[in-house]
Design a protein around this ligand. Structure first.
Ligand code: ZN
Ligand code: ZN
Ligand code: ZN
Length: 247
């Protein structure tokens, strides 16, 4: 799979960007780590972080959760993990949330309506492998959707769902979040500079209309540079690994 083989499962490319920590605008004037889950207590406690592998050629993006300790309110279910190549317990996050303009949590929306419509904007649930962090995304609450190019919502008429093989999918042009001053794209890389945020790249998604399984694709990420201290590394499948161990 993607992390073990350093190979894009979509196009076979052996060069992957590793963005070490996914961040969002949290309404507090500096980027915050996108939490795997926000747990209710006497105050809200962010638990876990996400990192991503982004195919340098096609932008296909796989998410991995990390820093999620065992002390969590999440329930766990067994799933097959393609990265571990085994059955593993997966943490279940029923509602993915981010921090909005006021620092208060809000659901990460699947899409946004440009003008008032009847349909909902959807929400995400995730399942995270407890062994390796491999993350599956599912979108829900989109039953009433109709294509709306103005809102960046299109019928995806190529390919099939990797989870249920359905050919009925949506293409959502730009994933967004509630930033410090309003709606902003969710960026591939976001970090604080001396005066401004530095933001690179956006995400589109392919969402199955039958089961909700969601694939992420980065775009506009050509400015990414190998800078481990900044949390970005270019991982390359070695020629030796490609040749196999017995040559
Ligand atoms: Zn690829
Ligand atoms: Zn795994
Ligand atoms: Zn599906």
């Amino acid at each position: 799979m993607m992390r073990r083989d350093l190979t894009c499962p979509k196009c076979g490319c052996g060069q992957l960007w590793n963005v070490r920590t996914m961040r969002e605008e949290g309404g507090v004037g500096v980027p915050v780590d996108l939490a795997v889950t926000l747990e209710e207590g006497w105050q809200l406690v962010p638990k876990g972080r996400y990192e991503t592998l982004v195919c340098r050629a096609c932008g296909f993006t796989q998410w991995y959760a990390r820093d999620l300790d065992g002390d969590t309110q999440l329930t766990s279910v067994p799933h097959n993990c393609p990265e571990c190549e085994a059955m593993r317990e997966f943490w279940h996050v029923p509602l993915v949330r981010e921090l909005g303009t006021t620092g208060h949590p809000t659901g990460l929306k699947v899409m946004r309506k440009g003008i008032p419509k009847l349909w909902g904007e959807g929400h995400f649930e995730t399942f995270l492998c407890q062994g390796c962090g491999f993350t599956r995304w599912f979108a829900h609450g989109l039953d009433m959707l109709e294509p709306s190019p103005l809102s960046g919502l299109f019928v995806l008429d190529e390919g099939t769902c990797a989870a249920c093989a359905s050919s009925h999918r949506w293409r959502i042009e730009t994933m967004t979040e509630v930033g410090d001053l309003g709606i902003v794209p969710l960026h591939v890389l976001l970090y604080a500079g001396a005066l401004f945020y530095h933001a690179i790249g956006k995400f589109g998604t392919a969402v199955c209309r039958d089961c909700g399984f969601t694939e992420w694709f980065a775009r506009d990420y050509g400015r990414l540079r190998h800078a481990p201290r900044r949390g970005v590394s270019l991982l390359e499948r070695s020629a030796r690994a490609e040749a196999g161990p017995y040559r």
